[in-house]
Design a binder for this molecule. Structure first.
Ligand SMILES: [Zn+2]
Length: 221
Protein backbone atom coordinates (compact mmCIF):
# COMPACT_ATOMS: atom_id res chain seq x y z
CA UNK A 1 0.00 0.00 0.00
CA UNK A 2 1.34 3.42 -0.82
CA UNK A 3 1.73 5.95 1.99
CA UNK A 4 1.95 9.70 2.44
CA UNK A 5 5.10 10.34 4.48
CA UNK A 6 4.20 11.94 7.83
CA UNK A 7 7.44 13.93 7.73
CA UNK A 8 8.17 15.15 4.19
CA UNK A 9 4.59 14.78 2.92
CA UNK A 10 5.65 12.96 -0.25
CA UNK A 11 3.74 10.01 -1.57
CA UNK A 12 5.71 6.79 -1.61
CA UNK A 13 4.73 3.78 -3.70
CA UNK A 14 3.85 0.55 -1.93
CA UNK A 15 6.78 -1.20 -3.61
CA UNK A 16 9.17 0.62 -1.29
CA UNK A 17 9.20 -0.19 2.39
CA UNK A 18 7.81 2.43 4.77
CA UNK A 19 8.76 2.89 8.44
CA UNK A 20 7.16 3.94 11.72
CA UNK A 21 8.08 7.43 12.95
CA UNK A 22 9.14 5.77 16.24
CA UNK A 23 8.19 2.53 17.95
CA UNK A 24 5.65 4.39 20.05
CA UNK A 25 4.34 6.60 17.26
CA UNK A 26 4.02 3.75 14.78
CA UNK A 27 0.75 4.91 13.28
CA UNK A 28 2.72 7.71 11.64
CA UNK A 29 4.42 6.18 8.62
CA UNK A 30 7.48 7.75 7.03
CA UNK A 31 9.20 7.22 3.70
CA UNK A 32 12.52 5.44 3.16
CA UNK A 33 14.31 8.76 2.55
CA UNK A 34 13.14 10.30 5.83
CA UNK A 35 13.97 7.09 7.73
CA UNK A 36 17.47 7.15 6.25
CA UNK A 37 17.89 10.86 7.06
CA UNK A 38 16.73 10.26 10.62
CA UNK A 39 19.26 7.47 11.18
CA UNK A 40 22.05 9.46 9.58
CA UNK A 41 21.19 12.52 11.68
CA UNK A 42 21.62 10.56 14.91
CA UNK A 43 24.76 8.83 13.62
CA UNK A 44 26.44 12.05 12.47
CA UNK A 45 25.69 13.66 15.83
CA UNK A 46 27.45 10.90 17.73
CA UNK A 47 30.32 10.83 15.23
CA UNK A 48 30.53 14.61 15.38
CA UNK A 49 30.68 14.69 11.58
CA UNK A 50 30.26 18.47 11.17
CA UNK A 51 29.44 18.87 7.50
CA UNK A 52 27.20 15.84 7.16
CA UNK A 53 25.54 16.73 10.44
CA UNK A 54 24.73 20.24 9.26
CA UNK A 55 23.16 18.80 6.11
CA UNK A 56 20.82 16.40 7.90
CA UNK A 57 20.06 19.13 10.46
CA UNK A 58 18.97 21.41 7.63
CA UNK A 59 16.79 18.69 6.10
CA UNK A 60 14.65 18.46 9.25
CA UNK A 61 14.63 22.20 9.88
CA UNK A 62 13.34 22.79 6.37
CA UNK A 63 10.62 20.24 6.90
CA UNK A 64 9.54 21.93 10.14
CA UNK A 65 9.49 25.26 8.31
CA UNK A 66 7.73 24.11 5.16
CA UNK A 67 5.49 21.14 5.87
CA UNK A 68 2.16 21.14 7.56
CA UNK A 69 2.93 18.63 10.27
CA UNK A 70 0.69 16.98 12.83
CA UNK A 71 1.27 18.09 16.43
CA UNK A 72 2.93 14.79 17.34
CA UNK A 73 5.31 14.76 14.38
CA UNK A 74 6.19 18.41 14.94
CA UNK A 75 6.95 17.72 18.58
CA UNK A 76 8.97 14.64 17.70
CA UNK A 77 11.11 16.51 15.15
CA UNK A 78 11.86 19.33 17.61
CA UNK A 79 12.86 16.76 20.22
CA UNK A 80 15.00 14.92 17.66
CA UNK A 81 16.88 18.10 16.75
CA UNK A 82 17.28 19.11 20.38
CA UNK A 83 18.68 15.76 21.49
CA UNK A 84 21.01 15.48 18.48
CA UNK A 85 22.32 19.01 19.08
CA UNK A 86 22.97 18.14 22.70
CA UNK A 87 24.79 14.93 21.77
CA UNK A 88 26.85 16.83 19.21
CA UNK A 89 27.87 19.48 21.76
CA UNK A 90 28.88 16.87 24.31
CA UNK A 91 30.95 14.98 21.76
CA UNK A 92 32.64 18.23 20.83
CA UNK A 93 33.47 18.96 24.46
CA UNK A 94 34.76 15.42 25.00
CA UNK A 95 37.01 15.77 22.00
CA UNK A 96 38.31 19.13 23.18
CA UNK A 97 39.16 17.63 26.55
CA UNK A 98 41.00 14.76 24.91
CA UNK A 99 42.86 17.07 22.54
CA UNK A 100 43.91 19.25 25.46
CA UNK A 101 45.14 16.19 27.29
CA UNK A 102 47.12 15.01 24.30
CA UNK A 103 48.66 18.42 23.84
CA UNK A 104 49.69 18.44 27.42
CA UNK A 105 51.01 14.88 27.21
CA UNK A 106 53.31 15.73 24.35
CA UNK A 107 54.70 18.97 25.71
CA UNK A 108 54.38 18.66 29.45
CA UNK A 109 54.38 14.96 30.17
CA UNK A 110 57.28 15.26 32.55
CA UNK A 111 55.70 18.14 34.37
CA UNK A 112 52.36 16.38 34.85
CA UNK A 113 53.97 13.17 36.04
CA UNK A 114 56.11 15.05 38.49
CA UNK A 115 53.49 17.46 39.71
CA UNK A 116 53.05 16.92 43.42
CA UNK A 117 49.54 16.09 44.52
CA UNK A 118 48.02 14.28 47.47
CA UNK A 119 44.66 13.41 48.95
CA UNK A 120 46.23 14.36 52.28
CA UNK A 121 47.20 17.80 53.53
CA UNK A 122 50.96 17.77 53.56
CA UNK A 123 54.02 16.26 51.92
CA UNK A 124 56.75 14.48 53.80
CA UNK A 125 59.80 16.73 53.99
CA UNK A 126 58.04 19.81 52.63
CA UNK A 127 56.50 22.84 54.24
CA UNK A 128 53.57 24.71 52.77
CA UNK A 129 54.69 28.25 52.08
CA UNK A 130 51.45 29.52 50.62
CA UNK A 131 47.86 28.39 50.14
CA UNK A 132 47.11 29.73 46.68
CA UNK A 133 43.48 28.87 46.04
CA UNK A 134 40.82 26.16 46.16
CA UNK A 135 40.48 24.91 42.61
CA UNK A 136 38.05 22.68 40.79
CA UNK A 137 37.84 21.00 37.37
CA UNK A 138 35.32 18.73 35.71
CA UNK A 139 34.83 16.44 32.77
CA UNK A 140 31.44 15.44 31.41
CA UNK A 141 30.90 12.04 29.90
CA UNK A 142 28.21 11.86 27.25
CA UNK A 143 25.17 9.72 26.60
CA UNK A 144 26.95 6.94 24.71
CA UNK A 145 28.90 6.35 27.84
CA UNK A 146 26.10 5.20 30.09
CA UNK A 147 24.17 3.23 27.52
CA UNK A 148 27.14 0.88 27.45
CA UNK A 149 26.41 0.13 31.05
CA UNK A 150 22.73 -0.59 31.28
CA UNK A 151 23.11 -1.86 34.82
CA UNK A 152 21.21 -0.01 37.50
CA UNK A 153 22.69 3.04 39.08
CA UNK A 154 23.71 1.02 42.15
CA UNK A 155 25.65 -1.55 40.12
CA UNK A 156 27.13 1.24 38.18
CA UNK A 157 29.38 2.32 41.00
CA UNK A 158 30.36 -1.24 41.76
CA UNK A 159 32.87 -0.67 38.97
CA UNK A 160 32.65 -4.27 37.77
CA UNK A 161 33.04 -3.59 34.12
CA UNK A 162 36.54 -3.22 32.75
CA UNK A 163 35.29 -0.94 30.04
CA UNK A 164 33.59 1.25 32.56
CA UNK A 165 36.69 1.44 34.72
CA UNK A 166 38.92 2.47 31.87
CA UNK A 167 36.54 5.19 30.68
CA UNK A 168 36.25 6.52 34.16
CA UNK A 169 40.03 6.41 34.52
CA UNK A 170 40.39 8.44 31.38
CA UNK A 171 37.88 11.00 32.62
CA UNK A 172 39.68 11.23 35.96
CA UNK A 173 42.99 11.77 34.17
CA UNK A 174 41.60 14.54 32.03
CA UNK A 175 40.03 16.21 35.06
CA UNK A 176 43.34 15.97 36.94
CA UNK A 177 45.24 17.49 34.06
CA UNK A 178 42.75 20.37 33.95
CA UNK A 179 43.22 20.86 37.67
CA UNK A 180 47.03 20.85 37.44
CA UNK A 181 46.84 23.38 34.63
CA UNK A 182 44.83 25.67 36.92
CA UNK A 183 47.34 25.21 39.72
CA UNK A 184 50.18 26.12 37.35
CA UNK A 185 48.31 29.25 36.28
CA UNK A 186 48.29 30.27 39.94
CA UNK A 187 52.04 29.67 40.16
CA UNK A 188 51.40 26.88 42.64
CA UNK A 189 53.68 23.84 42.61
CA UNK A 190 51.50 21.28 44.37
CA UNK A 191 47.91 20.32 45.15
CA UNK A 192 46.68 19.04 48.50
CA UNK A 193 43.30 17.65 49.55
CA UNK A 194 42.72 16.11 46.14
CA UNK A 195 39.15 14.82 46.01
CA UNK A 196 37.04 13.25 43.26
CA UNK A 197 33.26 13.49 43.02
CA UNK A 198 30.84 11.94 40.59
CA UNK A 199 27.56 13.57 39.74
CA UNK A 200 24.79 12.27 37.59
CA UNK A 201 22.69 14.84 35.83
CA UNK A 202 20.13 15.00 33.07
CA UNK A 203 19.44 11.54 31.68
CA UNK A 204 22.70 10.06 30.73
CA UNK A 205 25.39 12.48 31.75
CA UNK A 206 28.04 11.77 34.29
CA UNK A 207 30.35 14.49 35.52
CA UNK A 208 33.68 13.71 37.11
CA UNK A 209 34.61 16.59 39.37
CA UNK A 210 37.95 16.99 41.03
CA UNK A 211 38.90 19.64 43.53
CA UNK A 212 41.81 20.46 45.73
CA UNK A 213 43.84 23.32 47.13
CA UNK A 214 46.67 24.71 45.05
CA UNK A 215 49.65 25.36 47.29
CA UNK A 216 53.25 26.43 47.08
CA UNK A 217 55.57 24.05 48.87
CA UNK A 218 59.23 24.23 49.77
CA UNK A 219 61.66 21.54 50.92
CA UNK A 220 62.71 21.76 54.57
CA UNK A 221 66.32 22.68 54.75
ZN1 LIG B 1 9.56 11.43 3.86
Amino acid sequence: MSIICAVCGKKQSGFIMDFPLTNELNSFRICATCEDMKNRFVKYASEKNGEAYAETHKYFENIIGQQRLSVEVNKYLHELIRSCDEEYEIKKQEELDIINLQKLKISDDELVNNFMSTTGFNFEGYKIKEYNKVICADVVLGTGFLSEFTASFADFFGVESQKFASKLDKARNIATVKLITKALDLNANAIIGLDFDYTMFKNNLLAVIVNGTAVTVEKYT
